[in-house]
Write a protein that binds this ligand. Sequence first.
Ligand SMILES: *Cc1c(COP(=O)(O)O)cnc(C)c1O
Length: 355
Amino acid sequence: MSQYWSAVVHGLTPYVPGEQPKLANLVKLNTNEHPYGPSPRAIDAIRAEASDALRLYPDPTAERLKNAIAVRHGITPRQVFVGNGSDEVLAHAFMALLKHDRPLRFPDISYSFYPVYCGLYGITFETVALDENLAIRPDDYLPNGDAAGGIIFPNPNAPTGRLLPLADIERIVAGNQQCVVVVDEAYVDFGGESAIALTARYPNLLVVQTFSKSRSLAGLRVGFAVGHPDLIEALDRVKDSFNSYPLDRLAIVGAVAAIEDEEYFERTCNAVIRTREQLIADLASLGFEVLPSAANFVFARHPARDAGELAAELRKQAIIVRHFRQPRIEQFLRITVGTDAQCGALIGALRKILG
Ligand SMILES: *Cc1c(COP(=O)(O)O)cnc(C)c1O
């Protein structure tokens, strides 16, 4: 029935999310979800809101959530935009701030949604190769005669897990004041330093974060951006031309309660960080080369074993990790940091597979 499709749809190459299989006893280490549940206070708040109140539309500006985010990060609510997951926030940023005549730049190995948004919005882009250690070279993002139309990269980068220090982020932002630089901080709470502090000094910097990873609320769909109020207004214009109510009532109250529960957040993220360090040591002892990670996943390859085959062998034992059939990284596995027990099961299975 594709004769009914618009020309735009014919040209789309959609993003393929990591699978969500419905198998019992699965060790699911493929989509970077947090192994510990959300704050109990978030669940209580969602329960309390699941009432007759759902009859009414939510606050279209989610003011309570913007306030809670502003308080936590020492900024004003006018510097905050919230959306239905950071994927939606990013999509609006592509349309509102990154679509220009000159090409958008991002790393060749990065979040694979970026080229998808470019396809959807008709944005031209250039990829910038990571170095031989799969690290971002900040100098490659400084204009060398040919200024970019925009720049976007995750920090820590995905799927490598590598972190760029804040001083390098600042060099890139300061050196590109002709365009917007978006820093996608989906994983920053697992060991990075946020660039939010820089937004006060750089009106061209937009920092995007999510509740999906460090707040363990992937199922609630809440993301946000922080930047100069002029950047936020651009995002609001796109949002109010698309969907006035991206966050429902449950999402607003759940996210507010989660961000207010600082103690739970710190404790569960620290637990993931501790498990990550053990996982890196265990993988290394099995002969894996593991990139340094500041995220809740590790990126590793075995010099003697094909990554696709390892992923298939693990799957037979009901352990799922992510393998990207993509040039330069086809020999790597991206492994989400689970509980100690899940990571122990992974290491046990790999020990058997490797013999
Ligand atoms: C997971 C992820 C996101 C999207 O998160 P949602 O808020 O769940 O939409 C964005 N960027 C990167 C790099 C991610 O890994």
